[in-house]
Design a protein around this ligand. Structure first.
Ligand SMILES: Nc1ncnc2c1ncn2[C@@H]1O[C@H](COP(=O)(O)OP(=O)(O)O)[C@@H](O)[C@H]1O
Ligand SMILES: [Mg+2]
Length: 221
């Protein structure tokens, strides 16, 4: 079953309002239109446990440290990888996740000042289940491609402030300085991944960005 080994794990990540949800949907539609099985998911919250963790992290009233956030995001990721992402890849579906490890690095490490070694230990453990996906032997246990949608956080924030958008969550209401650090963190993380990551200009129009994503994922033409 050759298709099993061509199923890919793709991540779209970046600051609030960069267009992750929009582009995840469009990319999913592009795979489906080509007859490629695809599963769309998100972090936090890709599993039923994850949905509870998402509510706690994004809308919970309890204050928590960046270290506690790291544990909870990585708990969500461990469950997501084992019970959702790996089974979908094993069934031959490409998986597209709206956020993954890049977000934990950007928010909790770069902006939140959690030590890199703590992130590497927790995130690395959370991702380790990827070893169970078919065709991963000897490959790094990262997504096949992480696309960072890069935009000025103020632009992203303004998009989200438009009428009809949901109320701000616990991260969205943090300071412009925090969000500027988050953006830097994404760029730094992308560099650390080398060819497994790509940074695209998310200030451009939805359709133009979609075309760049199709090119990056080999779907254009
Ligand atoms: N490239 C773009 N240019 C202008 N507006 C956009 C663009 N991409 C998304 N939007 C709009 O901005 C808002 C936030 O987009 P969304 O995809 O939800 O971002 P994210 O999931 O990264 O927070 C939505 O109203 C969406 O329609
Ligand atoms: Mg979104």
């Amino acid at each position: 079953m050759s298709h099993t080994f061509s199923a890919r794990f793709i991540v779209l990540d970046g600051v609030e309002g960069c267009g992750k949800s929009t582009q995840t949907r469009l990319l999913g539609e592009a795979f489906a239109a080509r007859g490629c099985p695809v599963v769309l998911t998100q972090e936090p919250g890709g599993t039923s446990l994850g949905a509870k963790l998402r509510e706690l992290l994004l809308h919970g009233e309890a204050q928590m440290s960046a270290l506690t956030e790291t544990f909870l995001f990585c708990a969500d990721r461990a469950e997501h990888v084992q019970s959702m992402i790996v089974p979908a890849l094993a069934a031959g579906s490409t998986v597209i996740s709206d956020r993954f490890s890049a977000s934990t690095f950007a928010y909790q490490v770069w902006a939140g000042e959690v030590p890199t070694e703590v992130f590497e230990a927790l995130d690395g453990t959370a991702r380790s289940g990827l070893a169970q996906a078919p065709g991963r032997h000897g490959k790094p246990l990262h997504p096949d491609l992480t696309i960072i949608l890069d935009v000025d956080p103020e632009t992203g924030r303004a998009r989200k402030a438009a009428p009809g958008e949901a109320q701000e969550d616990n991260f969205e209401r943090r300071s412009p300085a925090y969000h500027a650090r988050v953006r830097e963190g994404f760029l730094h993380y992308a560099k650390s991944l080398g060819t497994a990551a790509l940074v695209l200009d998310a200030a451009q129009r939805v359709e133009a960005l979609h075309q760049e994503i199709l090119l990056a994922t080999g779907l254009s033409g």
